[in-house]
Design a protein around this ligand. Structure first.
Ligand SMILES: Cc1cc2nc3c(=O)[nH]c(=O)nc-3n(C[C@H](O)[C@H](O)[C@H](O)COP(=O)(O)OP(=O)(O)OC[C@H]3O[C@@H](n4cnc5c(N)ncnc54)[C@H](O)[C@@H]3O)c2cc1C
Length: 444
């Protein structure tokens, strides 16, 4: 059968749409009790969720993508303990629709709810509450891992501990997660008490952050990366906690959910529009501080409100540069990086700054460490790729590392230095599984 490569990439790109790498075939797996016949596979494969990873960790050029998103059933839920077991392709959106009316919430969530349970495990994702709750993997109690030789391993902190640690943050390489179980946190309502505080520079960010982490479990800041000089690192600090019945004024009707589609496929994000956006966004909040009650959708998932916004970067796609640096060197590194970005003329409309706490991760290759993390979007161009190489030098000097879920360009030597469990991890890779990311980082 001939393969229409254009269509494959349209249906199975990465979120940043860069690099463009085509699988030879896509297979779907929908019945967890009946495994695929791996011995009939003509090439290596990679399990795939919703493709919300930005770069090539969810791609496999010339190989088979095994789409697991049709395995999306809830298997069991214990109302007392809040432990839920579900098939691995279920989305966070579907989980929230089930959990929230029952008074529970996800223990950790990234900035989109359109990811799969397995994708959240394979990248050991973090959210606004890293300092208070750790990564998603810290809340996993058990999962089943299917290896291509047909073995089904039950993995938990007690059973098959090594596979447990290799699979959390294991980039889908240790086998296919068929179902997983995790502990939810209680949340009496779908609402959050939220405060937004304008800060004038980086020093003010660190002052606000220090006091906020004492009383708010969720914090994050948006940065205006076009600001320079005494305004360098200015932005809006966002902090929140679960709303409390009797204390907070909770609306009795939920707002309508549903993303407005992004209407164009042309590059609308450029130097002029980004500068304008940063200026308007910083100044949209006139008062120093605002507060209110927010539904979980705008609080956690503001970008999900604009369906397909990633297309605004145009056909060349975009990259998200996300690094973490240890606290000691972190402030200086972040300052130098923001200076480099603002003087490069390559601005970004999405720049997010936050701190990670010191809860040890469960995975061998988990990204977060105690420190400061910054995520910046850039349209792909020769200039932005050159800028990223300059930023790499600063991240490396600061003892930091880059996040694989967002990556499409880090060097193999850097990866192996950042993730020093790399050799230990390699022992657990399934011989029939690989990814374009994994192949790339073997090279240099
Ligand atoms: C708007 C946006 C905001 C984001 N915000 C954050 C954030 O705040 N924090 C954060 O940590 N991340 C964030 N991310 C990244 C995202 O959470 C991760 O990339 C996540 O892993 C994507 O899940 P997915 O289902 O789309 O998986 P994919 O991208 O399809 O795959 C991710 C990995 O999971 C593996 N995998 C998929 N299914 C299986 C399976 N059944 N068994 C074994 N492995 C499997 C794949 O092989 C791959 O290695 C964000 C992404 C977007 C688009």
């Amino acid at each position: 059968m001939s393969i229409n490569k254009e269509n494959l990439n349209t249906e199975y790109p990465s979120f940043g749409n860069y690099p463009k790498l085509y699988p030879s075939e896509v297979k779907h797996w929908s019945w967890r009790h009946i495994p695929p016949n791996f011995s009939s596979f003509s090439a290596k494969f990679l399990p795939r969720g919703f493709g919300k990873s930005y770069g090539d960790s969810c791609l496999l050029e010339g190989g088979i993508l095994l789409d697991t998103t049709q395995m999306n059933k809830i298997i069991s839920f214990d109302r007392e303990s809040g432990i839920i077991r579900a098939e691995s392709g279920i989305s966070f959106d579907e989980l929230l629709n089930f959990l929230v009316p029952r008074g529970y919430f996800l223990p950790v969530t990234p900035g989109t709810k359109h990811i799969s349970l397995a994708g959240a495990i394979a990248n050991d994702v973090h959210g606004k509450n890293h300092f208070s709750a750790g990564n998603f993997g810290n809340h996993i109690t058990k999962f089943e891992l299917l290896r291509s030789d047909g073995r089904r391993l039950i993995c938990s902190p007690e059973e098959n501990k090594d596979y447990f640690a290799a699979t959390i943050g294991g980039l889908g390489l240790s086998g296919i997660i068929t179902w997983a179980e995790f502990k939810c946190r209680s949340s009496p309502t779908p609402y959050f008490y939220v405060e937004n505080i304008k800060f004038r520079n980086l020093d003010e960010f660190f002052e606000i952050n220090e006091v906020s982490e004492e009383s708010f479990p969720y914090t994050v800041a948006w940065i205006d990366c076009t600001a320079k000089g005494k305004h360098l690192g200015r932005g809006i600090y966002n902090r929140g906690r679960h709303a409390e019945v009797g204390k907070d004024n909770i609306p009795n009707k939920s707002p309508k959910d549903g993303a407005k589609p992004f209407p164009f496929e042309i590059a609308l994000i450029n130097k002029a529009t980004t500068k304008m956006f940063n200026l308007l966004w910083y100044n949209k909040q006139i008062r120093k501080k605002t507060k209110g009650i927010s539904h979980y959708n705008p609080f956690f998932y503001p970008l999900d409100g604009v369906g397909g916004w990633n297309k605004a970067y145009g056909k060349a796609g975009f990259i998200q540069y996300q690094f973490v640096v240890p606290l000691a060197s972190g402030k200086e590194t972040v300052r130098k990086i923001l200076e480099k970005i603002s003087s490069s003329g390559l601005s970004s409309f999405l720049v997010v700054l936050k701190t990670f706490g010191d809860i040890p991760p469960s995975g061998m290759l988990s990204f977060p460490m105690r420190g400061i993390t910054l995520a910046v979007d850039f349209a792909v161009s020769r200039n932005s790729l050159a800028l990223c190489r300059e930023l790499d030098v600063l991240v490396n000097e600061g003892g930091g590392r880059l996040y694989v879920a967002k990556d499409s360009r880090m060097k193999g030597a850097d990866f192996r230095r950042y993730y020093n469990n790399y050799e230990e991890f390699s022992k657990y890779i399934d011989p029939k599984i690989t990814s374009s990311f994994w192949q790339r980082i073997q090279e240099k």
